[in-house]
Design a protein around this ligand. Structure first.
Ligand code: GRF
Length: 218
């Protein structure tokens, strides 16, 4: 049974999508804890309602980033996880923290990396005149939003889009993409080769959706 710890800062809709897929598909895995740097994060209440251990660690009460990361990794290590999942976790982690979980920590970013790392990804894609946008699941490395890519989901950008409408379209695909990527990790179906991540069963490591979010328009 693989042990998964999820880090969130907000709603936790990706957390919920992963949990539902894990339960519905009977993965040999369990989300053993949900941690947040925001003690009032909605996702913590949701986790408690599922009977999952949920811990709020307020980053503002720690002297600095390193002190917060030390407290966070103490909580994580207590759970002995096989996988650490960043799901809307909005803290930049120190290199020492990242090194501790390298190869077993993944993140979802709401853009088609390496384009638009950082914040405000949807508005920047619209401003740049992009015709497609999306989300990326990647292994976490010390360089923010730059680790080896596990899978990506692509959606069209419509002329009528603003950042909120595009964000909704991308988030709907995130809820398909992240469970797929976590399932592959749980079933040991990922081979990490330098910057390349390969699915050992040659599954497609992308999702393409049309404006309505209809699946796989290939
Ligand atoms: C998602 O769009 C994710 O890509 C980004 O933060 C958002 C979090 O959503 N990092 P949620 O908290 O999982 O609902």
């Amino acid at each position: 049974m693989k042990r998964i710890v999820v880090l969130i800062s907000g709603t936790g809709s990706n957390l919920q999508a992963i949990h539902h897929a894990c339960q519905a598909e009977g993965w040999p895995a369990r989300i053993v804890a949900v941690l947040s740097n925001k003690p009032d994060a909605d996702g913590l209440d949701w986790a408690r309602a599922q009977g999952i251990e949920a811990v709020g660690l307020d980053h503002r009460v720690h002297a600095d980033r390193a002190a917060f990361d030390a407290a966070l990794s103490a909580e994580i290590d207590r759970q002995q996880p096989d996988l650490v999942v960043l799901a809307g976790f909005m803290r930049i982690l120190t290199p020492a923290f990242v090194a501790r979980y390298e190869g077993r920590m993944i993140n979802i970013h709401p853009s088609l990396l390496p384009a638009f790392s950082g914040l405000h990804t949807h508005q920047r894609a619209i401003n740049a005149g992009c015709r497609v946008a999306g989300a990326t699941v990647h292994f976490v490395t010390a360089e923010l939003d730059h680790g080896p890519i596990v899978a990506q989901a692509v959606v069209p950008v419509l002329d009528s889009d603003d950042a909120p409408t595009l964000a909704r379209r991308v988030l709907a695909q995130e809820h398909r993409l992240y469970p797929m990527a976590v399932r592959w990790f749980v079933f040991d179906e990922l081979a990490l080769d330098g910057l390349r991540v390969r699915h050992t069963g040659a599954a497609a490591q992308h999702l393409l959706a049309d404006a309505a979010g209809s699946k796989d328009t290939t």
